[in-house]
Ligand binder design. Structure first.
Ligand SMILES: [Zn+2]
Length: 417
């Protein structure tokens, strides 16, 4: 289904939803004034973030109004009405073979896991409190099904996890996931209810500890969509996502808060960072080591980086105003520059010569200007007049092949969302 249709369906189902109050709208998902607009902004923001990443217009896209990981295809759940994450991942799948979803909210990312439970095109990894806790799913033994077997990863945790233990589980698990799965895009749900002092949460992370996850994932230099999520001690949510925005930008910001309209909320210390509490960490080394070992055993079952069949790319969720393809003469060759603007992740879909140096899984291919070296090389060669006419034609042909590949490449539709 095209995204435009999806939005239509979304709009219709939202109206239906607001009018007829389906399952679970009520207690934790009340209908409120402006609900429709809220869902539009939240879901639209994440989808637009994916479009920007797909077009290589940014390396990191952020939507703090997104990350509503509990919403199901036809059920609102846990303060989540529309699963913006699933919509955003579907958008990324138009250009990316494998998308990695990581969830550091204290709650299990059940809606996203469910949507992609039977596919290997999305791997979901959730670190969450498990045991008599909402939503009740996310057992260590839930690993995906069918083609998606071993592509769902769950790290169940107990109360009171601190920065040190979290880092000791997060980094090795994610390193192994990256190595085995080799995603070409990453979605990170940064739910802030895993922070110390959250009104609903029971972990003991500081903002620095939470943001270490962002820092680590950022270090892989893959197209990254950062989303919000839970967080119920509001002043700490604002602190956390402010700091994580700075981490995304690789910028230092002072601990002293600048004066602002909400300054009084941040008393008595008026600082950016928070201290952990003295609560007991019930996640013993022995416990986390055991879980880690079990997850590694599952990850070893994965084939390295599964491939995907080639299919037509569905339309982008947001139309690109800069290119009017209808106005172009299809029989006319396009310039290398114009061909370069047509983004098709070439790394694993094409056997043509214009793959970047260093093999097919060069993650740098997704970065801006990744194709430039080849173009620059061509330019240099022609400047040096080493290229004869035949060769030049070949180059042009390969650039028009490249242009064509946009319409022939990839994506296997995922039925969920
Ligand atoms: Zn949560």
């Amino acid at each position: 289904m095209m995204f435009g249709d999806q939005l239509d369906v979304l709009e219709k189902s939202l109206w239906f939803f607001c009018c007829f109050l389906p399952v679970n709208v009520g207690e934790d998902c009340p209908v409120f004034d402006g609900l429709f607009e809220f869902c539009q902004l939240s879901a639209g923001g994440s989808a637009a973030g994916s479009v920007k990443l797909n077009r290589q217009q940014t390396d990191i896209a952020v939507n703090w109004a997104g990350g509503l990981h509990h919403a199901k295809k036809s059920e609102a759940s846990g303060f989540c009405y529309v699963n913006d994450i699933v919509l955003a991942i579907l958008e990324l799948l138009k250009y990316h073979q494998r998308v990695l979803y990581i969830d550091i909210d204290i709650h299990h990312g059940d809606g996203v896991e469910e949507a992609f439970y039977t596919t290997d095109r999305v791997m979901t990894v959730s670190f969450h409190k498990y045991g008599e806790y909402f939503p009740g799913t996310g057992d260590l033994r839930d690993i995906g099904a069918g083609k998606g077997k071993y592509y769902a990863v769950n790290f169940p945790l107990r109360d009171g996890i601190d920065d040190e233990s979290y880092e000791q589980i997060f980094k090795p698990v994610m390193a192994k996931v990256m190595e085995m799965y080799q995603p070409s895009a990453v979605v990170l749900q940064c739910g802030a209810d895993s922070l110390s002092g959250d009104r609903l949460g029971c972990f003991n992370l500081t903002i620095r500890g939470h943001a270490k996850c962002v820092e680590y994932i950022r270090s892989f230099n893959l197209p990254l969509l950062m989303l919000g999520g839970g967080g119920y001690t509001i002043r700490n949510v604002a602190r956390c996502w402010t700091y994580e925005t700075a981490v995304a930008l690789d910028t230092d910001i002072p601990d002293e808060l600048p004066y602002n309209d909400y300054f009084e909320y941040f008393g008595p210390d008026f600082k950016l960072h928070i201290s952990p509490s003295n609560m007991t960490n019930q996640n013993t080394q022995e416990y986390t080591d055991k879980i880690k070992q079990r997850l590694f055993e599952n990850l070893r079952m994965l084939p390295h980086a599964p491939g995907v069949q080639m299919q037509a790319i569905p339309e982008d969720a947001v139309p690109d105003d800069t290119v009017d393809e209808d106005a172009e003469d299809p029989d006319k060759r396009i310039s290398i520059r114009a061909a370069d603007k047509r983004i098709a992740c070439e790394e694993e879909f094409s056997d043509s010569e214009d793959e970047g140096q260093g093999g097919r899984r060069n993650t740098a291919n997704h970065k801006k200007g990744a194709k430039r070296p080849k173009v620059d090389e061509d330019k240099k060669e022609s400047e040096e007049k080493k290229v004869d006419v035949k060769e030049e034609d070949k180059t042009k042909e390969s650039s028009s092949e490249k242009a064509e590949s946009k319409s022939t490449v990839k994506t296997e539709q995922t039925s969920s969302a």
